[in-house]
Design a protein around this ligand. Sequence first.
Ligand code: GDP
Length: 139
Amino acid sequence: MATNRTFTMIKPDATQENHIGGILSMIEEGGFRIVSLKKVLLTPERAGKFYEVHKERPFYQDLVKYMSSGPIVAAILEKDNAVADFRTLIGATNPAQAAEGTIRKKYAKSIEANAVHGSDSDENAQIEGDFFFSADEKF
Ligand code: GDP
């Protein structure tokens, strides 16, 4: 059964071009509640760990370099049917194929620098959220 949470990152191309606010607006206007939010700079080691599932893909080294090239914004989002609905809101991996009205259509620059990440399953949403946020964080 689908859970009501997903995980997203606003990627370095989008944070560097001042699109954090615009993307968060599209997320909220899309009916998602922001449960947790933080801006961090990933080391190449941490970026490599996050994308470990892709380590056999030819673009893995480039992806790690890109994802550690500037700050990212990580967030846990809540909405009914969150994972599938968020994938619809962000659009296709390649912005040339992304539908009108999607975040990637509006903000992505290339298949790599594609503005946002969205979890592809409930299981990965949990794993990816736990990668950045812990339940007992105190400030
Ligand atoms: P997503 O689920 O839509 O993010 O796509 P994937 O899980 O297939 O790929 C993960 C990320 O790797 C994408 O969001 C892109 O940033 C990057 N990526 C995917 N395909 C390519 C590619 O063919 N070339 C490069 N350079 N990067 C890619």
